[in-house]
Write a protein that binds this ligand. Structure first.
Ligand SMILES: CC(C)CCC[C@@H](C)[C@H]1CC[C@H]2[C@@H]3CC=C4C[C@@H](O)CC[C@]4(C)[C@H]3CC[C@]12C
Length: 621
């Protein structure tokens, strides 16, 4: 490590910190106090792979399985020493089992006491009893051995799974590296590489510069020059920005029939009373997408990347096969699928239950992510000025969204429910990491109730994995803070999925009293399944206490079966429906009228592709 790097350097792992303290590293050598050193995270060398950069003989990188740390040494020799040391440390963890892998079997204590007493009662002699005991213990230990063997197999399988995942990552990185290398041979090197990524952004240039990793507090050197990641601001264009003005709502109409909260009566633990909810009129909406006219050609992303290595890619667009028949404007509305949670929040607040109001809002904020599970296609990037308008009396909603800026890509949206309004603004900052794409939403979402209470929050980071190999999937992680203008605020943590996570998509957090800072309720759940709450501060509860025994359901995702590979929810399927009544009233800018999207929905892929190319060409002019 060079002194310059040391100064701003960050420590990984508690052990390193202890080691540095012992060596009096920071205070003596740098004149910095120890307090400044806080371990930033941990790297599990066992499942990591270590690589030397081919383009720079001082750089090396460590793949932790989910992240890549880029490091730079002072010299070539130094790098060699580091790699040697890291590999040696990695080998210290042979692929044997950790002691806790067997914890459960070791805990089994077998007693022959009852057997002995019973036999004594029968007047059986000590010798026979001993014999019986040993027969029983032998049989049991046989069973226990079998159990251990099974457990061993299980752990080994998990281990090879992890290894496979690591190998896959390494393979993908080789692909990315080699692509870069080929480019650097050609004159336009870097430019071409970024063009490659602009394929993703449908040929549009990106204008914001890549953030340096230091923002994230990681001790990484970003290979600015060799294109480790690129800003993909426009990539996937996505759900992006929502913003709209707020006008005060007219008084609630009185035409609704009152229903009741779907789970307010059976899951209650004293605190909740019944709330009455508006019941909305039934509106018939389509339940399926049209049958595709053509057979779909399966195309992998990789096949496109591969065919375009070394070519000038500017202006090449991703074929329509990677799209789903929805635009980013329509996708914004998908966040309101579980708008009944906001209706419930309104009611609870009206009844003076502020806590349940914020809990419902938290569930609503999480529910917006549920439809992203199993979705592998990108939404259509709307054209500048494209709009989407939806009237859903069956949900008590009126929604409007518009793409208001092309560079950067900004979408604004506004929604009116019964007794509340929702609007939001954000745009997506994207980073391309070679094998994954990270999307950081910028901006705030606002919810305002007719009684004046407002809640504001922002979205968490979304990453898309398996760009090169395997099935594309996305994960959401980070902290979401919901600030309420009233007494409560809420903090939710979306847990990042690790390799072979057997419990992914977890969200947990708590509601805090704005005045006292006291934790008043805990939230747990999964963004693709359900959210629960537990009253009180679980950290003050005794050890071994399982909060789930008291958990009350706040929201559960609707279960549905999908027929298409788009994996759209019934609500999402309804979004692009075009009835004759609608056709007469829609402005020409509405997403439902976009011919390429319509063709894709009908399964006319050739037509869709040609039209998409034409529109994007026009937009660029
Ligand atoms: C390379 C291409 C074909 C891969 C397709 C990737 C898919 C999975 C990506 C493309 C655009 C992405 C969306 C972009 C924006 C948002 C808004 C954010 O607040 C929640 C996640 C969400 C909704 C993303 C989910 C994943 C997504 C749909």
């Amino acid at each position: 490590m060079s002194p310059a790097r040391e100064q701003g350097g960050r420590v990984i792992g508690e052990d390193s910190l202890r080691y540095m303290r012992k060596a009096n590293w920071s205070s003596n050598r740098l004149g910095v106090s120890n307090k400044q050193c806080k371990p930033f995270g941990e790297v599990h060398l066992k499942v990591s792979s270590i690589r030397a950069s081919k383009s720079d003989d001082k750089r090396l990188s460590i793949f932790t399985g989910t992240k890549t740390l880029h490091l730079r040494s002072v010299s070539k020799e130094d790098r060699f020493a580091w790699i040697e040391a890291l590999l040696a440390a990695k080998d210290l963890f042979p692929r044997t089992l950790a002691s806790n892998d067997f914890a459960s079997t070791e805990d089994i204590v077998v007693s022959t006491e009852k057997l002995r007493i019973r036999l004594l009662q029968e007047g059986i002699g000590e010798a026979v009893i001993k014999d019986c005991e040993s027969i029983m213990l032998l049989e049991l230990s046989e069973l226990q051995n079998q159990l251990k063997a099974l457990q061993y197999k299980h752990v080994m399988l998990l281990d090879s799974l992890r290894q496979l995942e690591t190998d896959k990552i390494e393979l993908e990185t080789t692909v990315v590296d080699e692509t870069k290398e080929r480019e650097s041979c050609c004159l336009q090197g870097n430019r071409r590489f970024s063009d490659f990524y602009s394929v993703m952004s449908e040929g549009s240039a990106t204008d914001s510069c890549a953030d340096n990793e230091s923002n994230d507090g990681v001790d990484v050197e970003t290979d600015e020059d060799d294109g480790t990641y690129f800003d993909t601001n426009d990539f996937l264009s996505a759900d992006a920005l929502r913003s709209a003005s707020y006008r005060s709502r007219e008084a609630l109409g009185n035409a609704f029939i009152y229903g009741r909260d779907s789970f307010s009566s059976d899951h209650l633990h004293g605190v909740e009373k019944e709330i009455r909810l508006v019941e909305y009129p039934y509106v018939k909406r389509r339940e399926n997408l049209p049958e595709p006219k053509e057979k779909e050609k399966p195309v992998g992303l990789w096949s496109i990347i591969k065919d375009n290595i070394g070519k000038d890619l500017s202006g090449v667009c991703l074929p329509v096969y990677f799209n789903e028949p929805l635009s980013s404007l329509q996708k914004c509305f998908e966040d309101l699928e579980y708008s009944y949670l906001v209706d419930q929040a309104l009611e609870w607040g009206k009844q003076g239950n502020e806590l349940l109001r914020i809990l419902k809002i938290a569930a609503f904020a999480v529910s917006g992510y549920s439809s992203t599970e199993g979705r592998q296609c990108k939404p259509f990037n709307p054209l500048l000025g494209e709009t989407y308008e939806a009237d859903y009396p069956d949900k008590g909603l009126r929604f409007f969204s518009e793409k208001v800026s092309h560079h950067p890509m900004i979408v604004a949206c506004h929604c009116e429910g019964k007794g509340w309004k929702f609007w939001a603004d954000s745009n997506l900052k994207g980073k391309f990491w070679g094998r994954s794409i990270q999307l950081d939403p910028v901006g705030v979402l606002t919810l305002q109730f007719e009684d004046g209470e407002t809640f504001q929050w922002s979205k968490v980071t979304t990453s898309i994995y398996n760009i090169i190999l395997g099935k594309i999937y996305c994960d959401h992680y980070g902290t979401m803070r919901i600030k309420g203008s009233g007494n409560y605020s809420c903090k939710l943590k979306f847990k990042e999925q690790s390799i072979i996570d057997r419990n992914p998509h977890q969200v947990h957090g708590f509601v805090q009293d704005n005045r006292t800072g006291e934790k008043v309720a805990m939230l747990v759940g999964k963004w693709d399944e359900a959210m629960y709450y537990v009253l009180g501060d679980p950290t003050t509860k005794p050890k071994g206490y399982d909060p789930m025994t008291e958990a009350v359901l706040l929201w559960e995702r609707d279960k549905y079966v999908t027929k298409t590979r788009y994996n759209l929810s019934p609500f999402a399927i309804s979004l692009n429906e075009l009835t004759t009544g609608l056709l007469e009233r829609l402005p020409p800018t509405d997403s439902r009228l976009r011919p390429d999207q319509r063709h894709l929905e009908n399964g006319e892929y050739e037509l869709a592709n040609a039209e998409k190319l034409r529109l994007e060409q026009l937009q660029r002019q």
